[in-house]
Design a protein around this ligand. Structure first.
Ligand SMILES: [Mg+2]
Ligand SMILES: [Zn+2]
Length: 182
């Protein structure tokens, strides 16, 4: 563990990428396909102002499937960061799982990416939260022992009961900051 004092450790907002921050058009491996969803920059700004580390945790099995390579994932993340910055939003760190099956402790719903971020960045896990649009994200929250906020108002959902079912990331962030975070 990096040295960290729990009294000053930041909580984290663990954010799914596809379908939560950007349009989920399936295996996004090119920067030109990054479409930031409405309200996302403001949601990230609010989280930052509330003292949260904003950490993307995303499964990118397109790498294991041979559809694109890790530098492509990183290019997509740089583009996302560039677009967000135009609107005063930002992500503090990106973690992705490039794998598909076995030999991996990081593919959501496994908590490997969350555990790595907590260790590397000295985060306060107990005050942290997960935002995502799929059951795997809510299972990740459960595995990490923190609340999960589902950003998926209309789609079918069969997974662990989220703390809140939000219309958008911004709606979910406002709910969390106003009603849960103290
Ligand atoms: Mg998603
Ligand atoms: Zn992995």
């Amino acid at each position: 563990m990096p040295s960290s004092n729990s009294s000053i450790a930041k909580p984290a907002a663990f954010l799914d990428r596809d379908g939560t921050l950007i349009e989920d058009s399936g295996y996004v491996g090119e920067p030109g396909r990054v479409r930031v969803l409405a309200g996302v920059p403001e949601a990230l700004r609010l989280l930052g102002e509330a003292g949260f580390d904003r950490i993307v945790v995303t499964n990118q099995s397109g790498v294991a499937r041979g559809m694109f390579e890790e530098p492509d994932v990183e290019r997509v993340h740089r583009e996302l960061q560039r677009v967000l910055a135009q609107d005063d939003g930002a992500v503090d760190a990106f973690y992705y799982c490039a794998h598909l099956d076995d030999d991996c402790d990081c593919r959501k719903p496994l908590p490997g990416m969350v555990q790595r971020a907590v260790a590397e960045r000295g985060l306060d896990l107990e005050r942290s939260v997960v935002f995502g649009d799929r059951a795997g994200d809510m299972m990740l929250a459960r595995a990490a022992g923190i609340p999960g906020i589902l950003v998926n108002p209309y789609g079918e959902y069969a997974g662990p009961e989220p703390l809140y079912r939000a219309r958008t990331l911004l709606d979910g962030v406002r709910f969390f900051l106003e009603r849960v975070h103290v």
